[in-house]
Structures are given as C-alpha cells and as structure tokens.
Design a protein. Structure first.
Lengths: 268, 289
C-alpha cells in the first residue's frame, strides 16, 4: 500500500517533468491538417515533415552545426587550458603564483551579466563581433574549471611526480604522462559541463551575433519563434532538434552529470 | 621539482590571457564607463555620478530592480522545499527508481531556450494549460499577456527547471544522513512528519542553506525565461523587465547607452557579489561538515 502510494507520487512528478517535452514532441509530428490546439498527445496522422519544413524557413542545420562547433571548441579549450593552468597552480613552485591564483579567483566572482556590455566593446575592439570565435572566447577557459582541476591535481600524491623528476622528466612530460591521466574523472565533468554550458548559452550569442547564418541554435530558435509563431509545428520541431543531442549525451554519461552537480561544476 | 623559471607561465598563459582580457579588463572598463556618457559608437565624456542620479530617478530601473528582487524572493522557498521532498521520494531504492531519477533531471539537461519555448507554447492563450483550465470550467487566462502573470509564469518555469537540479544536490546530502538516527526516532514512536522535522531537516540544514543561496543568486540573474516568455519584449510595456534584461536592452545595438548600462551593471554586480560571497562562505562551511 505504502509502496503503491510512493509510485503514484513518483509517476505524478514524472508526468510534470517530462509531460511538457512529450507535448512538444506531439506538436512537432502533427500534420498540417491537424489542429495543434486540441490537447491530443497522439496525432491522428504523425509525420516528420515538420523537421524538413523547419529547415526551409530558417537554416536550422547551420544553427546546429554552429552550436556544435562552438561547444566542441569550448570543450577542448577548457579541458586543456584549465588543466594546464590548474597544474601550474597545484604542482609548480614559482614567484607570482599568488597573483595568478588571485586572477582566477576574482574572475569567478565577476558575474557574466555584469560585464556583458563592456565585453561586447572589447570584442568589437578585436573585430570579433558577429563571429563564432567571439562567441567562444570569453568562456574558452573558465576560471571555475581552473580551480576544479587545481584541486584535482592537489589531491594526487606528489611522490610519483617527484620520482619522475629525478628520472629527468620535464614539467610538460610530468603533466601529460602522469598528472593528466590521473584526473580523468574531473576532466570528463569539465568536458561535459563545458559542452552543456556552451550549447545552452543564450545571452552572450544574442549580444555578440547579428547575422542569421552565424546564429547558434539557441538564438536561432528564439528568432524562429519570433518570426513563425503562427506555425507551432515548426517551432516544436526546432526545439526537439535542439534537445535530442543533449538528452542522448545525458543518457550515455549520466553518472558524470550527477557527479558534476555535486562538485558545483554547473552554475544552474 | 625543477623547472625553468618561465615554464609555469607557459602553462598559465592561455588561462590568464582569457581571464584578464575577457573578464578582468571588461570589469575594470565597466567601472570607468559607468562615470561617462559613452555610447555604443565610442567616445564618452566624464560625467561624474550623473548616471547614478539618473538611475535613482528612472522608474524603469526601480521596476526592473523590484522585479528581480521579487523573482528571487519568490523562487527561493519552493526551490528549497520541493526538490527536497522529491529527493526524499526518489531516495529509497525501489524497482525502476533509476528511470525516475533520470526523468526528473531531464528539464535540467534541456537548454533554457528550449524550456522557455516549450512553456510559451504550453501557456499560450489557446495552449494546453488553458485547455485544461477551460475543461475544468474556468475561462482562459492570459499567462503571457498580463505583466504580473508573466512574472509568475516565468517563476514557475524557473522552479520547474530547478526541481531536478537541486534534487540531485539533496540526494547526495540525504545519503549522508545516518540511518540509525531514523531508526532510533522510529523506535521512539516518531511518525514520518516528526522524523522529517527532527531528523532529516537538522541533518541536511547546511545543504538547504546552500540551495537557498544558489537559487537566490540564479533567481536574481534571471533573463532567459522572461525574455522568451515575453517574446523579447519584457512584457506589456516592458513592465516585467528584470535588471539583467534592462542592461541588455539599454546597452545593446548601435543606439546602446553604454555609460548608463555600465552604471546599471555596477548595481547588479554589487548585489550579486554580496549573494555570491554568502554562497561561497556557505559552500565552504558545508565542505567541512
């Protein structure tokens, strides 16, 4: 009896959590002859035509490619750049280490929303507005990831690297051959959340991009909604295109997601 | 460990360059710009505290600040309590629990834009929610056309999306609550409600405070939900605009008032920094527990 109640409650929350997605999916496969306003989760005549049609009104596949490109670069730069900086902070002794640590720590304290207008001017100074490079650069090596990786390196025993130093390994060799493979878990978390953060990002691309063919999926979808609001089937198809890759990624790498939330890698 | 004196700086160079160029410098520049009348085209004269005087007299600023504050105050209590209840429900290992936990997390995975568009459609004047309202005998509600309802609708979306995220944080905390505490309380005859208040809540209080702080910071920074549900307008007459949205609307484009937007940004920064410092402090305290 108690167990039955528990399942009823779980199912209710399940419906609240994924019901909206199912409704969006149902809308996206409704044919032009069907009234989208009728609350009918199972279309009479399901069709995937809207997925082709949405590409006729906006270059949705270009948007998706742009997003994929930006997110992939973001993953590589964050993993490599943040690991390098984190390694120096954790393992190398030098004058100025404190200065470097302060730069990263204070960067964490500056919320993006507070500097976005000023950042736009900087990007314009570099001539990088309305480019995908301009979208990637500000978050290319997030200070939070530097500190996450620094902590991961600090947690490793120092003896192995000390022995390698005696054997004549230089700093770069110790970093790539010994330290980096030992923090794989943290790297996966950093990679995952860099990808998600970048794929989700809305405010910065909205500010820095102006030409439609440069749009990432998020602002492309907002534009699609603004322009073709009368045809919900197309907007729905567009949102499903944007969400499916992330759901697949999540299903594949679930435990890392949950671990990442625990480590505070995601800002919510 | 031995290395050449410049080696650490080679390791640090990319990260330092990005942070200095794209965070620290824009931040310092923002402070300077806030005391000028700079436009998007450049230039700008030093105008002292004019921007701040203007802000004090600007009804748009006060409305936006009020909306952001209201947003924060309203989303924090449900985001502290509801995910905790869900986590307690999802904590017990029963057949299929993995599927439930995964499903509860799905809204976190979907980007804010996707979530915003899905809810815009659900809350449309002829959308699914209004269909349900009508079926129950009510009349259609203008969730997205009334400025107050638009704010409330956005808060609902924020809370809906936060449920799974904070649930995961709570699940981790609940796993650390010693089982014998519950058992002892049960032996003493405490019912489930009593055990919730006397055992669960005191054991995970640090996590609850952390969730409150995190959701407060994120609530005050709200942008996407309002932007998307209002179709970029900030509601009828811009009445539902939040502080971040006001900065974006003021500073963007060729007609952007960069000086004034910077002054607004300073206010946003000071408030968020206060909230962030509280969060970090709480986070550290939680780590020690």
């Amino acid at each position: 009896m108690k167990l039955a109640l528990r399942y009823v409650a779980l199912l209710a929350i399940l419906a609240i959590s994924i019901g909206p997605f199912l409704w969006q999916f149902a809308t996206s496969i409704k044919g032009p002859g069907e009234d989208v306003f009728v609350p009918d989760f199972i279309p009479d005549d399901p069709t995937f035509g809207n997925y082709a049609a949405v590409a006729d009104v906006v270059p949705v596949w270009t948007f998706a490619l742009n997003s994929l490109g930006v997110a992939s670069v973001n993953v590589v730069t964050n993993c490599l750049g943040a690991a390098m900086a984190g390694y120096a902070l954790a393992r190398l002794k030098f004058r100025g280490r404190r200065f470097a640590a302060v730069v990263f720590a204070s960067s964490i304290l500056v919320p993006f929303e507070a500097i976005m207008i000023s950042l736009f001017l900087v990007m314009r100074g570099f001539g990088l507005t309305n480019t995908l490079t301009g979208v990637v650069l500000p978050g290319a090596i997030a200070a939070l990831n530097v500190l996450l990786l620094r902590n991961a390196f600090l947690a490793l025993p120092a003896e192995v690297e000390e022995a390698a130093t005696i054997d004549g390994a230089n700093a770069w060799q110790r970093f790539t051959r010994l330290a980096l493979p030992s923090v794989k878990g943290t790297l996966v978390v950093v990679a995952l959340f860099s990808f998600m953060f970048s794929w989700d990002d809305f405010l910065w691309p909205l500010i820095v991009l102006s030409d439609q063919e440069k749009y990432t999926l998020t602002i492309g979808l907002a534009y699609l909604q603004g322009t073709f609001v009368q045809n919900q089937r197309l907007v729905a198809a567009g949102t499903i295109i944007a969400v499916v890759p992330l759901i697949l990624l999540f299903l594949l790498l679930q435990k890392h997601f949950f671990r990442g939330v625990g480590e505070g890698a995601i800002k919510g | 460990m031995t290395h050449r004196p410049y080696t650490p700086w080679l390791f640090l160079a990319p990260g330092l360059a990005i942070c200095l160029m794209f965070t620290i410098f824009p931040f310092l520049n923002m402070i300077v710009l806030a005391f000028t009348d700079a436009s998007a085209l450049g230039g700008g004269r030093f105008t002292g505290v004019d921007n701040f005087v203007r802000m004090a007299q600007d009804p748009k600023f006060w409305a936006a600040a009020r909306n952001s504050l209201l947003y924060m105050v309203c989303v924090v209590p449900p985001l502290v309590l509801l995910p905790l209840l869900i986590a307690m429900l999802a904590q017990k290992v029963v057949p299929g629990i993995g599927i439930f936990r995964t499903a509860f997390f799905t809204p976190v995975i979907a980007s804010t834009v996707v979530v915003g568009l899905i809810w815009t459609w659900l809350l449309d004047s002829r959308g699914l929610v209004n269909n349900v309202v009508e079926a129950l005998g009510g009349s259609r509600i203008g969730f997205l056309t009334d400025s107050t309802l638009l704010l409330i609708s956005s808060m609902v979306v924020t809370v809906w999306r936060g449920l799974g995220y904070y649930m995961v944080i709570y699940l981790a905390a609940l796993a650390n609550v010693p089982k014998d505490l519950h058992e002892a309380a049960m032996v003493d005859g405490a019912g489930p409600v009593r055990r919730f208040w006397s055992v669960t809540v005191p054991s995970i209080r640090p996590t609850m405070v952390l969730v409150a702080a995190l959701s407060a910071v994120n609530g005050f920074r709200v942008f996407s939900e309002i932007y998307l549900l209002s179709g970029g307008s900030g509601g009828p007459g811009g009445a539902s605009t939040t502080l971040v949205m006001l900065i974006q609307l003021t500073g963007r484009g060729l007609t952007g008032e960069v000086g004034y937007a910077s002054a607004l940004s300073i206010v946003l920064f000071v408030i968020l920094l206060g909230l962030l410092l509280i969060t970090l402090r709480l986070n550290r305290r939680e780590d020690r527990l």
